[in-house]
Design a protein around this ligand. Sequence first.
Ligand code: ZN
Length: 660
Amino acid sequence: MPAVNDDKTATFDKATKTITTTRNSKLQYGGSQSVYCELDRLDVSDYNVARVKYKSKDFGFLFNFEYDGSYLKWYEKATYCPSYLNEMVIPLDKKYKKLKGIYFSVYSMPHAEFVIESVTLEKVENPVKTDIYLSDEPPVIDKAASGTIDANLDAWDFVKNIGAGLNYQIFQDAPSFLDFGVDIQPDMLSRPTKAQIHFMKESGLNGIRLQTNPGHGKILDKNYRIAPGYIRNIKQVVDWCIEEDMYVILCGPFAEWTIAEEYKKRIERGDSNYAAYYVNEKDKKESERFLKAVWEQYAKAFNNSYDERLIFEPFNEPVDILHEHGWSPKDDCAVCKKDYEILNEYNQLVVDTIRSTGGNNASRFVLINGLASKWEPVTNKNFKMPKDKAKNKLIPTYHDYSMGGSAAAGDYTDYYKNRIKESISKRFAALDKAFFSKHIPVLVGEIGQTRRTPILERIKWIKGFMSEASKPNRSCAAVLHNDSVLVDDGHFFSGYYDSWKLKWYDKEFVDTFIYGMQGKEYPLSAEFIKNNEVKIESIVGKNLINEPFDTKKWGANYKINSDTFVRSVPESYKLEFVIKKTGSSPTVQITWSDENYQWHKTPGTAKKIKGGSLADGNVRPSKTTFTVEIDSETAKTIEDSNGLYLMGQDVIIQSMTVVE
Ligand SMILES: [Zn+2]
């Protein structure tokens, strides 16, 4: 094998037979970090398998044959050799007679090391691939006969003590295009270690939320038996957290990955390693079987050895992913109404399943999600807290992305603007009514915002959230969400926590959150504030249309991000349009939708138009230059909208300029 591959992201050390891969900061998958073993069109017609003997420490690796005459389909043809085995038998594709070479690579790990002892070509009786799920390990059962748990501890007092937590996605991100067995394959995170958990505790975090997804490649059969190795891996991390005296939320499966192409393909071909629950009528029966099986196993694996610091959460973001309102359920929709009922039943089922395992689980705290884990559904009249034999042990939970969260979110904003402040007050008012006023606490299972948003805006926002969360008549804890992917490609939250270097990015933000959840204020230095000051230039006199926009008879729209209008315009202003008429009924419509996605038409409360008239909320220009007055109230609603849209007919809009 060549000692170094072309882009120097993988090396092979001849003396120790060790392959080391490193990854650039940019996302790159598959072939780019590989070592190639050139076989020079070796005739393999006398063989039917390759036997690979290896040792890998933290992660497994990918093995790819390259045949003469075949196009290398990386993931379709790759075989994952897991870290917990030392030998793999991989059949040759008998369609081909000659082998050009073999690639050794890793999935997406920034760093990996493995030793290839040998690869031999053989002819065997039964040429089948090694089953990486095969294990004679018994189920993981917590055998402690008795334990201690404070059965009288009230959820209200309990949640008040939790403080700040971190969402640790170590068991979440396993990709589904390959079989990774029970190996932990977190996208970009390093393997979990005790040192990492210690680092989190030292940073001031008091809790960890462990999202798990057993249905994603960790199920062994049609009875939804979870691979013992997977539960053992979870248990190891939970134990480290408890040793550090942290709270741990063990979160059950996801609902939204069932729409992924790879997942659907696997279900179609009857792959029993993959399973999930759906929040819908059609799949309810099977989903209940799945949820019950998962929680019976989790609850038996974690019982008397764990006191109240271990908290169960039945599932992550239970969304009816196949329904158009899945992420924002509507009261006037029959499907959504049914979904509320179904989720109420799922919550009840999981609580009952947990309680039925007895011991400490009879009085363990359980988090209860509403549809999609959003605040509106959990405070909706159709949501019901489960009935529980244990007293004051159920804690409602929701996810808070009041600034939009990831940069890919439709209502993502860079500024802590008026609408965000109001929406935080609004959700806490709803939580007051539904829970706090009844002495029921709330745990915010995820809160976060992409690092792309200016840090001082994020700090203002998290402070705004905490000033509500910490009011004395409320009991609230929160878990910071960040992504394992540290590079910002616009689709992710971008990670705050670097598991490879044990360091934080944007530590001032993280510390503001941690301190705030402890009821303290993190002191930002004058220098930090000065260096990160958000400077916004006035847009008065600036044309906001990049190139002439043809309205194409209502067939097109032009969007201007509402952030454009934040702190960049006077309290009231005018929009000056220059147009070219292309037909007999020139019309320009100026619209925007508010936080409830209700549409508004300009000029709203402003009635003054020069160079045209108003008809049905649309502007009928009489001249090629016209102005629309935006009064201060309309200006506020535009700033807080989901964007300003231009539409119309018989007109090409050449420019739209803000004028005083
Ligand atoms: Zn609906």
